[in-house]
Design a protein around this ligand. Structure first.
Ligand code: NAD
Length: 482
């Protein structure tokens, strides 16, 4: 079969040992277009052994050499921009324009960023004044680490973990989402061409409950960097805690987008379309709860709905598509269920709400972008992560009121504020329960900043030196001198 994905172990492409395969679906037409291994414990063990045998040498490779190889991987990704973007769009259903402008360039940036960051990574020293002693900290790689990523930004999030892990001198057993395995599969060859030594990166494909479970249960995989749903994160924490594994968990979100009347209205409207529906609303950072100050609520509602209706839902490969297909049939059904829940909760569907067909691709997983006016902030569609092209809107009166509503969810990933009042931005940034606050912008990323959430949105931070700290163990050395 043309699109047969294989595991990448010890620099080679391998079939799963037990010959167990999963179907790979094209969300744009609902058809099976390839197969993916459903790797077993035995495959994960092979990947682990390969990583373990590469560790001694890789952890002693000079920083300059590691950096040089990571830069080559970055260049390899860039040189295959078109092929990778096409594969990502087909596997995930996202518009090709998005894959080409965001997903794949960012995967290249991840390797470039950590290639440079590792050459600047430093550790602390403390002079014990009056005691003739100096303490310094070694930051040593952990060994073999596990990286598990979701389907929404497949290569982008996969590399966001792998790049710092290997830059810091670890060897990796990685698993992409079984729903979108294609670009992770292509990464193996890019790494070989870049001269990454065999075994430093091993990629195993399969279901979370089989392959993922084998990674998190492995007694010698000492750290797990995971991005995905909150329920999966809780399961990983329960499994890993008795083995004292180091954990970084980037989980779900239900992020508030808070709009004050004094904002730059046009910029806010343009960005709010984007923060609501980019990637079919399947970004953990999407501002899916929109709160608007009463005095501009009716105007916003009319302008926003009019703009949403203009978004073009279409085949992901078409250049003019704004909204492609949702990633899978079960996910489409989950999002449609939430639209029904909204109706039962007396929400008003202001636009969208229906599955639609795209000519020639009748079985694709397409959904109209949907805006729901909710009667209160407590309803389920305002509390639970939907992770699709669906946003809620409601008005607020005062800053205190909106702050309370914004914080009254179990999640705390990101928040966006639209206001030109500097004092208010400071007051609210201090009090809002989120790992990231954007003021008058959304998803503006500087890879040096700490990235992650609080409450049910996760534990730990990725990005910049935070990621390098996660992937190393600090060791204090104290020298007494005379
Ligand atoms: P998911 O939790 O179902 O799966 C994520 C990954 O975990 C997949 O590779 C899956 O196979 C694996 N997995 C599932 N069960 C496992 C188990 N028992 N052991 C080990 N691995 C297991 O999430 P998803 O549906 O792929 O992704 C959507 C979710 O990801 C949303 O909740 C979204 O908010 C979240 N997300 C968070 C961030 C962030 O940075 N906080 C970024 C993107 C997505």
């Amino acid at each position: 079969m043309a699109n047969t994905i294989k595991n990448y172990i010890n620099g080679q492409y391998e079939n799963p040992i037990n010959s167990n395969w999963l179907d790979n679906y094209d969300p744009s037409n609902g058809e099976i277009y390839g197969k993916t291994p459903n790797s077993s414990k035995e495959d994960v063990e092979q990947a682990y052994l390969s990583a373990q045998s590469a560790f001694e040498q890789w952890s002693q490779t000079t920083l300059e050499e590691r950096s040089r190889i990571l830069l080559k991987i970055s260049e390899g990704i860039e040189s295959q921009l078109d092929a990778l973007a096409e594969a990502e769009s087909k596997d995930n259903g996202k518009p090709i324009s998005l894959a080409k402008s965001i997903d794949i360039p960012r995967a290249a940036s991840n390797f470039r960023f950590f290639a440079n960051a590792i050459t600047q990574f430093a550790s602390e020293s403390h002079e014990s004044v009056g005691q003739n002693a100096i303490n310094f900290t070694l930051r040593q790689p952990i060994g073999v680490v596990g990286c598990i990523s979701p389907w929404n930004l497949p290569l982008y999030l996969f590399t966001w973990k792998i790049a710092p892990a290997i830059a810091a001198g670890n060897c990796v057993v990685a698993k992409p989402s079984e729903v979108t395995p294609m670009t992770a599969y292509m990464l193996g060859e890019i790494c070989n061409k870049a001269g990454l030594p065999k075994g430093v990166l091993n990629i195993v494909h399969g279901l979370g409950t089989t392959t993922g479970q084998a990674i998190i249960e492995h007694p010698n995989i000492k750290a797990i960097s995971f991005t995905g749903g909150t329920a999966t994160g809780a399961h990983i924490a329960r499994t890993a805690a008795p083995m004292f594994k180091k954990l970084s968990l980037e989980l779900g979100g239900k992020n508030p987008n808070i709009i004050f009347a004094d904002c730059d209205y046009d910029a806010m409207l343009r960005n709010t379309i984007h923060s609501s529906f980019a990637n079919q609303g399947q970004i953990c950072l999407c501002g899916s709860r929109i709160f608007v100050e009463k005095s501009i609520y009716e105007k916003f509602k009319n302008d926003f709905v009019e703009k949403v209706k203009q978004l073009k839902v279409g085949h992901p490969a078409k250049a003019d598509t704004d909204i492609g297909a949702l990633v899978s049939k079960p996910h489409l059904e989950k999002v449609l269920d939430y639209i029904n829940i909204a109706k039962q909760e007396n929400g008003t569907i202001l636009c969208g709400g229906n599955r639609i067909t795209v000519n020639g691709h009748e079985n694709g997983y397409y959904l109209e972008p949907t805006v729901i006016e909710v009667p209160n902030e407590h309803c389920r569609v305002n509390q639970e992560e939907i992770f699709g092209p669906v946003v809620t809107i409601m008005p607020f009166g005062t800053e205190d009121e909106v702050l309370q509503m914004a914080n009254k969810v179990k999640y705390g990933l990101s928040a966006t504020l639209w206001t030109n009042d500097l004092n208010r931005t400071m007051r609210m940034s201090n009090q809002i329960q989120a790992g990231i606050v954007w003021i008058n912008t959304w998803l503006m990323r500087d890879l040096r900043t700490p990235f992650g959430g609080v409450k049910a949105s996760g534990v730990g931070r990725e990005g910049g030196f935070e990621a390098l700290r996660f992937f190393t163990e600090p060791k204090n050395v104290c020298i007494k001198f005379k």
